[in-house]
Structure formats: structure tokens, C-alpha cells
Ligand binder design. Structure first.
Ligand code: NDP
Length: 298
């Protein structure tokens, strides 16, 4: 199996380089030009098309995205180019090659109303430009008629680079009090889990193409950003790390204005994924704890 991975240097892309390697020949591209002269920049649609036609992959995995949620409000042309138009090009090329396209989307396609975990077929009404651009990407892929797997995920973290948990650890060392949003609820999801499930699902759909479609892929359980921050700080305290912070105050989203509105209810129902692929998804705490152990042991 020949796999073309786009966005190899992102949180999910990095883990995919590991999880996809056993599937066959893996050609992994970042934003720049590869050693073999292949271009993985999603803003150059002609070059993207040429790359796919040259590689002729059996599977295209798109881990690249414009993820600047706040920046997308003032830079929506670029967000739509990367998240929607480039996805359309990949889908058209996948269709003509009869390749499988694997793509990632977000809880931000939903309005955030209510408290029920969103199902795949629920009406998607994004509240910001990033969500709109990701939804347009999903729709272009589905409309193309290519075989696809679209995984909507949320609150992605990885061990390297910056993430919410590391920011909270740093602030907890520096300050006596923190204010963290309590009215946005979702599931922190590790990029390693996403990558492992992706590899498993690719193998399954080769045997059972009827499993193609859109899926919600997040760790089990739910938590607010405030609960997530409190968990991280407690974990550090229990390990004997230096923690200055005494209070973690819960605040409403409205007390922390940002250019882009965020959905309050980011819960995603994963029953379809678990049932169709016979998967058990670990609770969010186990992945976060493992990431924290790696951070502390560095
Ligand atoms: P990252 O931001 O870690 O990685 C995104 C990658 O896309 C980066 O490597 C970046 O390249 C690359 N990229 C951005 N613009 C371009 C471009 N024009 N051409 C080529 N590559 C580009 O994202 P994640 O790994 O966290 O996200 C993976 C998927 O999951 C995305 O589809 C995202 O929308 C989705 N998702 C992510 C969430 C999160 O919390 N992060 C939440 C929900 C969904 P470079 O390194 O050069 O900047």
C-alpha cells in the first residue's frame, strides 16, 4: 500500500509518521519541498494536484490544516484555501485514482448548544470562520464521491510543542491564582490515539469499504477547561512538583473574550466509531497523565 501523508510535522502528522509506517510505503510531506522535489504546500493547489498525480497513492492522509481559530476571523481566505479548497483538490484526485482519502475535522463544526454529545448526523452550524472552513472541507470531500474517512476530533494535544496542559503547568509555577473557563466542555484527545485509530481504520476499510464515512474520534469522558487545568495541577502537586498556585477560579467564556466565538458544548458521541471498528477508547485522563509523565521525565 502506498500512503501519501500531508502535514507530517503537525501534532497528528508527527504521530502518523509512526503509525502509518507499517502499512507500506509512506511518503510524508511537510509544507516545504521534499528531497524528491514533491511539494506539500496546501496553498499551492496546482502543485498539490501535481504531487498527488505523481505519487499515485492508494491512501492520502491529510493532517495539514489552518488551525489558527482566532486568526481565521481576520484571515478567512487563507483558512478556506487550506481547509476547504485544498481538501476539495485532494478529494477530486482521490476520486480519479480510486484512492482512500483520510481527513480530520473538528467539534467546531457544531454550534455548541445543548449538553448532549453530538452525533455524526447532527446538523452542523459553526460559530466561527475556522469551523466554517473545516465544514466546507468535509462537504467537498463527501460531494466528490471519493472513498473517505473523516475523523472529527477535539482539544488535541501531543507531548512536544506547546499545549494547554503545559501552559497551565507553567502558570501554576508562576502564579498564586489562575482563572480558567468552565463552560466549554469537551474531551482532550492525544495525537497518538488519533494516529493509532487512523492506521487501524485504514486497514479495516481496505477489507470492508462500507465502513468509509465520517466519524467522531475523541477520548472517552468529558471535562471543562477548568476541570482539565485542575487535573493537570493536581497531578503535578501529587508528584511533588513546584506548584505556586492556590486557587483555580472557574470563569465563564464571556469573561475571556477572543476574536472567535467557541462552542460551549464540544462533546462528541463516539458510538459509531467504537461499534464499526470494534474499538475501546481510553478515558481522557489516561492519555493526559501519560503525556504529563513524559513532560516531567524529560
Ligand atoms: P497542527 O497545527 O499541530 O498541525 C497542522 C499542520 O498543518 C502543521 O504541520 C502545519 O505546518 C500544516 N500546515 C498549515 N498550513 C499548511 C499549508 N498551507 N500547507 C501545508 N501544511 C500546512 O494541527 P493538529 O495536528 O493538532 O491537527 C490535525 C487535524 O486535527 C487538523 O485537521 C485540525 O483541524 C484537526 N483538529 C485539531 C484540533 C486541535 O486542538 N489542534 C481540534 C480539532 C480538530 P507547519 O508545521 O509548517 O506550520
Amino acid at each position: 500500500m502506498k500512503v501519501l501523508l500531508l502535514g507530517k510535522n503537525g501534532q497528528v502528522g508527527w504521530e502518523l509518521q509512526r503509525s502509518l509506517a507499517p502499512l507500506g510505503e509512506l511518503i510524508a510531506l511537510g509544507r516545504g519541498v521534499s528531497e524528491g522535489g514533491l511539494k506539500g504546500d496546501l496553498t499551492d493547489l496546482g502543485a498539490l494536484r501535481a504531487t498527488i498525480r505523481h505519487v499515485k497513492p492508494d491512501v492520502i492522509v491529510n493532517a495539514a490544516a489552518y488551525n489558527g481559530v482566532d486568526k481565521a476571523e481576520s484571515d478567512s481566505d487563507l483558512a478556506f484555501l487550506v481547509n476547504a479548497q485544498a481538501s476539495k483538490v485532494m478529494a477530486e484526485e482521490a476520486k480519479s485514482l480510486d484512492a482512500l482519502l483520510v481527513h480530520y475535522s473538528t467539534d467546531y463544526v457544531f454550534s455548541g448548544q445543548g449538553v448532549s454529545p453530538w452525533r455524526e448526523g447532527d446538523s452542523a452550524v459553526p460559530v466561527n470562520q475556522y469551523g466554517l472552513s473545516k465544514l466546507e472541507g468535509e462537504r467537498a470531500i463527501i460531494a466528490s464521491g471519493c472513498r473517505h474517512l473523516i475523523f472529527r476530533t477535539s482539544w488535541v494535544y501531543s507531548t512536544w510543542g506547546n499545549n494547554f496542559a503545559k501552559t497551565m503547568l507553567r502558570l501554576a509555577r508562576e502564579r498564586e491564582s489562575l482563572s480558567v473557563i468552565f463552560d466549554q466542555v469537551g474531551a482532550p484527545t492525544g495525537s497518538d490515539l488519533i494516529a493509532d485509530v487512523t492506521a487501524h481504520a485504514i486497514l479495516q476499510v481496505q477489507k470492508s469499504p462500507q465502513l468509509c464515512g465520517i466519524y467522531h474520534l475523541v477520548a472517552a469522558g468529558e471535562v471543562s477547561w477548568h476541570g482539565y487545568a485542575s487535573h493537570v495541577i493536581e497531578f503535578a502537586r501529587n508528584r511533588g512538583e513546584t506548584v505556586m498556585v492556590k486557587t483555580v477560579e472557574p470563569i465563564e467564556s464571556s469573561a475571556y473574550p477572543t476574536p472567535a466565538r467557541r462552542p460551549l458544548n464540544s462533546r462528541l458521541n463516539t458510538a459509531k466509531l467504537r461499534n464499526n471498528f470494534s474499538l475501546h477508547l481510553p478515558d481522557w485522563q489516561s492519555g493526559v497523565n501519560r503525556m504529563l509523565m513524559e513532560v516531567f521525565n524529560k
